[in-house]
Design a protein around this ligand. Sequence first.
Ligand code: SF4
Length: 343
Amino acid sequence: MASVREKLLTWFDREGRDLPWRRTRDPYAIWVSEVMLQQTRVDTVIPYYERFMSSFPTAETLAEADEDIVLSHWSGLGYYRRARLLHRGVREVVAEYGGAVPEDAEARRGLPGVGRYTAGAIGSIAFDKEEAIVDGNVSRVLSRLFRIDTPLGVSDTTKRLWDEAAHLVLGDRPGDLNQALMELGATVCTPNNPRCHSCPISADCEALTHDEVELLPVKRARKAPKQVTLAAVVAIRGRGADRKVWLIKGDQPLFGGLWGVPMAEGDARAALHQAGLQARLQTEPIGQVDHVLTHRRLRIDVFVASAARGTESKNGQLFTPASLQQVGVSTLTRKILQRANVG
Ligand code: SF4
């Protein structure tokens, strides 16, 4: 009788989607795709991946690129820290390894932004190594397949999942086996209404046998996101065609190292003050923007200020609305600027 492994590979050969990063074994390209796919849906990633690879087709081209240009290619994907770490990691590959992503697993895991998951994806898909991967989709499939009923995110569960994945990956075509697990989680063994009747491993699935599919995986209880009210100031200088907007670049987690408008909790004046700006502030907000982060729900009052004055530096500059397309601006900042009819 065919093993779980064989069934997954046969199914993947037949049903696996034709995705741009599946047409290559280039470790750099696979690295880019895996970083983009963390926390982001496949359909969203495809155009970003294609644009990114067309601008930066090799590790060298990415390493040489200015960070702002790299981040502008990521604008809209969110989680910008991923892009900055990828950039740093690739620069290290060029500086330390002559532009070739290392085959050695330890060396790969030592690169900035390359955790166990990304290292395993590159190792198995590009280098044909028997290295496991566990992401959200794989966790769900394995939890159901092996009827793992301890909560996700707890160290015992994490260890068990990696152990099971490490066991399954042993054999031929480890990269395809990993991708088959991810693909099954994405298209068949979905969080809600999994299609067990079309699942290639339904005969082996312990959750199905025990009628516990809907109960697994067990999620860890989450705290409700905290509600935070912020004031954002779109500080403008000039009028008409000469109009420019003042943006700051901080290490605020909200910006993820991108350019953003001055913001402070509850107080527009404090936002201007913290940004080192003087400006004529309108007393009432022109509108609100809602934004949801993992642990926080933001309600942002958007203020407009004119005649903005400050000292330009690498962390605070005036931008024309047209030049905003060239720099890394977060989705949140875009929403705020649009609310003020800028950008
Ligand atoms: S039988 Fe259902 S629950 Fe089990 S692995 Fe397949 S899709 Fe998931």
